[in-house]
Design a protein around this ligand. Sequence first.
Ligand code: S3P
Length: 442
Amino acid sequence: MSRPLISRRADSLSGSAKVPGDKSISHRALMFGALAVGESRVEGLLEGDDVLRTAAAMRALGAEVERLDDGSWRLWGRGVGGLREPDDLLDLGNSGTGARLMMGLVATHPFTTFFTGDASLRSRPMKRVSEPLSRMGARFVTREGGRLPAALVGTDKPVPITYELPVASAQVKSAILLAGLNTPGETTVIEREATRDHTELMLRNFGATVTVEPREDGARRITVTGFPELTGRHVVVPADPSSAAFPAVAALLVPRSEIRLAGIGMNPLRTGLFRTLAEMGADIGYENPRTEGGEQVADLVVRSSVLSGIDVPAERAPSMIDEYPILAVAAAFAGGTTRMFGLSELRVKESDRFAATLLGLQACGVKAEAEGDTLIVHGTGRPPAGGATIAVDLDHRIAMSFLVLGMASAEPVAVDDAEAVDTSFPGFVDLMNGLGARISTP
Ligand code: S3P
């Protein structure tokens, strides 16, 4: 059953809010805890559908995974190489991260795993992981175009590889490094553009040897040594900067607003949006910078701001790949033109986000266009008309982005189905309405 919502113009946003735990880090905490010997504890876990699917999958692979309290979880791992064959297929729901990282995990275990997901995940490209994992010895049977459902026959004679990523993708990088854990020798991934490094940071924290060597041409060589003894850890998950992006941009756009978002992850490979918004003139303060569980965090104070259009370089895309829809919404309110370069990867996310963002903005009366992989938004410095109903197409970030647009546009904005929001941001509507937004059922 679909869950339509409508977002009406808000007077102002104010107060403090705690956004949920980081999705990327939550998936990894469960996976690495399941591989470590002994007990791991996780605090602040994102309890969205994507991550709950990963928890269920790790259980099916033999780990003990127990929810103790809100966001507080206990795991008892199997040790590297100790996963066992799941007796049913793994359904990763909407989650590309869950599916792709898990493929890496089981690729070097000698058993067969069947993968599936929702209509969105079943339409996403998996060749980007099956290709390098096949070189390590795994075998795949997929639907046409490398799509799920797929069967993965893991290998008992894994071969270490050195692999240069053809696309900037932390999921592909992570899948190969995770397969490398149960592989003799050294498995190396070369990335030309740095992508989020939560796998490297957390694997090291669990006891693996992971080296990162910058190359002269700016690329990085990331190497994991096989058969590490991973031991149980205590992981504190910071609040997700990709989720904080929605209330933050809302506070910039709604007049007379000032909000505080506590404990937001500030990993420099994730903060491209905040850098871009600062260049556009956003008033965002960073208070109490600190390190929690090996990740940088800070409290954000965001005030209504007059924004100007800018050029966003393609090199920045990996550090803000999930944030372009909400950046495009901010650009729709800015004075002048914003050009976002190098967005090819946006077409293969939970939906074709490039098309969904462009069409949604146009439906809301914003002048926007595409030139190849560049998204161009012409802001007038005044609120756009709004007044549209946006087709979400199982994409949580499209739903939240357009609900934010409706908080400050002339006419309300509706989304046809906000069910997908729960994959990454359970409680989004209550949190936003608690700050002063007016989101309701139509
Ligand atoms: C993620 C990597 C990114 C991002 C996704 C989470 C991760 O995907 O879009 O939401 O946790 O590694 P790609 O690796 O496909 O760029």
